[in-house]
Structure formats: structure tokens, C-alpha cells
Design a protein around this ligand. Structure first.
Ligand SMILES: C[S@@+](CC[C@H](N)C(=O)[O-])C[C@H]1O[C@@H](n2cnc3c(N)ncnc32)[C@H](O)[C@@H]1O
Length: 206
């Protein structure tokens, strides 16, 4: 197989990016990220009719759009983001910073003691440009999401989370293995241009 030059890789990534942006416009999704969840769900069947799930870092809302459609009338989608999000039918949304206890409490009251089948987390902090700080901030959000998942998922529940490979990755994998029977990685086609981004899938909460 021919080795691709840096510039042809860049071209290919750009091309894939454009392709998903056009598809999202055509399909009525608010972001190309929709196709990452759709691809993972195609393989892992995480979201089915009746699934009750939380979507952390949900804005602008393409994952919630996908989830609301798949869970149907008998399922439920609870979503949270620090940014506002336009309404989506079938999605209960709270705007707030997930790092703040008061926001977490508010989100928990929305759940009203319902145990979840699934937590999906696509949260990513605003990048400061300092790679070390950004990586630490990102894993902090992932740790909070893992705590939330281990507290609110039912036994046997699943957790999908975006992480950035680098410092803290192995420790986070180890922490996930404490909570889930299996932990796998997923790198959907629509995420190929974001080089260090990868999704971890914890299946079957202990
Ligand atoms: C990549 S976007 C999510 C895209 C979303 N999955 C979609 O399909 O539309 C990451 C989101 O994480 C949110 N976020 C970052 N830090 C957060 C925090 N501390 N609390 C809540 N949301 C946060 C951002 O505002 C942003 O909307």
C-alpha cells in the first residue's frame, strides 16, 4: 500500500470532514458529530426503543437528536451543556456547568431517581492552546462523567465517552475497568480528522 504524504492525508481528512458536514445539512442534524454516534450505535446497539439515557455535553444537539429518534416514545433523553441548546422534542435539557455541584444536583432532580441504561458524553473543554492544561481539563470532565455514570447507571448499563489520547489515558482506562465488565475503544469514520480523539465504551456496569 502506498504511504500517504502529509498533504494528501490533510486533503483526505478535509474531504471526509466536508462530506459529513454536507450530510448533516441534508439529514437535518445540528452537527456532523451525529454520524459518530450513529456509526457506534450501528455496531454496538446502545440505543434502542425505550432506552433511558443522559447526554453530557449535548450542544448543539446532534447526539440528542439521534438519541431522541432512536429511543422513541417509551424512552427518555436527559441532556446537559454549559451552552444553550435549542429544544429537541423528547429531550429534557438543563444548561449549566457540569463541574458545579449545584448544576449536577439540578440534573439529578430531573432524573428523579430513575436509573439509566446509558450515559453518552461528548464533553470537551474550550481549548486554551496549552496542550497540558487542555488534556488535564478534558480528563477532569471525563472523570466527573464516569462518577456520574457509576452512580446513575443501572447494573448492566453502558457508558460512551470521548477522550483524548495522551497523559491520563491509561489511568482513565483503568478507572473505567473498575466500573465496567468490558472497556473497548471506538474510532468512528467521522472522527478520523480529530487525530487524538477516541471514544471509550464501557459495557455492562458491574
Ligand atoms: C463536541 S461538543 C458536543 C457535540 C454534541 N455531541 C453534538 O452532537 O451536538 C462538546 C460540548 O461540551 C460542552 N462542555 C464543555 N465543558 C462543559 C462543562 N463544563 N459542562 C457542560 N458542558 C460542557 C461544550 O459546551 C460543547 O457543547
Amino acid at each position: 500500500m502506498a504511504v500517504r504524504s502529509k498533504s494528501s492525508k490533510a486533503w483526505l481528512n478535509e474531504h471526509v470532514n466536508d462530506h459529513y458536514v454536507h450530510m448533516a445539512q441534508k439529514d437535518g442534524y445540528r452537527a456532523r458529530a451525529a454520524y459518530k454516534l450513529l456509526e457506534i450505535n450501528e455496531k454496538d446497539k446502545l440505543i434502542k426503543p425505550g432506552t433511558i439515557l443522559a447526554d453530557l455535553g449535548s450542544a448543539p444537539g446532534s447526539w440528542s437528536q439521534v438519541a431522541a429518534k432512536l429511543v422513541g416514545k417509551n424512552g427518555q433523553v436527559f441532556a446537559l451543556d454549559i451552552l444553550p441548546m435549542d429544544d429537541i422534542e423528547g429531550v429534557s435539557f438543563i444548561q449549566g456547568d457540569f463541574r458545579e455541584e449545584q448544576v449536577l444536583n439540578q440534573f439529578e432532580s430531573l432524573l428523579d431517581n430513575r436509573l439509566l441504561d446509558l450515559v453518552i458524553c461528548d464533553m470537551a473543554p474550550n481549548m486554551s492552546g496549552n496542550a497540558v492544561t487542555d488534556q488535564a481539563r478534558s480528563f477532569y470532565l471525563c472523570e466527573l462523567a464516569l462518577d456520574f455514570a457509576s452512580e446513575h447507571l443501572k447494573t448492566g448499563g453502558n457508558f460512551l465517552v470521548k477522550v483524548f489520547q495522551g497523559a491520563g489515558y491509561q489511568e482513565y482506562m483503568a478507572a473505567m475497568r473498575e466500573v465496567f465488565v468490558t472497556v473497548q475503544t471506538r474510532k468512528p469514520e467521522a472522527s478520523r480528522n480529530r487525530s487524538s480523539e477516541i471514544y471509550l465504551l464501557g459495557k455492562n456496569k458491574r
